[in-house]
Design a protein around this ligand. Sequence first.
Ligand SMILES: [Zn+2]
Ligand SMILES: [Zn+2]
Length: 184
Amino acid sequence: MNIDFSSILLVPGKVLDVKAKYEKDCVGFLNETYKTQALSDIEFSFKSRDRKHFSFTAKGKFDVTMPCSRCLDDVVVPAEIDVERFIDLSKNINDIKDESDEYEDYSGYIQGTELDVDAFISCEILSSLPMKVLCKDDCKGLCPKCGKNLNHGACNCEEKGGFEPEGNAFAKALDIYNSYFKEV
Ligand SMILES: [Zn+2]
Ligand SMILES: [Zn+2]
């Protein structure tokens, strides 16, 4: 869904409130895709300063399903968006490099006088997520040898030949992780 905010640019101080929906059911980042579920509409409120400057706020709630970073089981993580952005349409995007600039690089989600809700919201959801989640504090993770989820019971590796701590646990987890996301 796109929001056309052109009407506010003609009248300084004009406010435009719009309820929007996130129309995708996932967010993606590099090779990772997380399922998302909207728990509310997204409430946008635009306010103009003049023909080239405006601000907007966006609020919404989502549940995002991420893999536990030890055992890769699904973990539902709440993501709450409550942000305000300042837009200067007179600026060339290339001028907005300085992080201290009050104004935002909007090139990823604004074209002309339309805001792309899905593009904006997926970025906001991603940036609100923690880097890592655990399904529980004492998650036992995966056996580094056979890859079994040890929360679901012990495997036989320890009995036969013993535990191999140096095993290529990370590579194995990564393999499982990658194949998991290919199947989805
Ligand atoms: Zn876990
Ligand atoms: Zn094992």
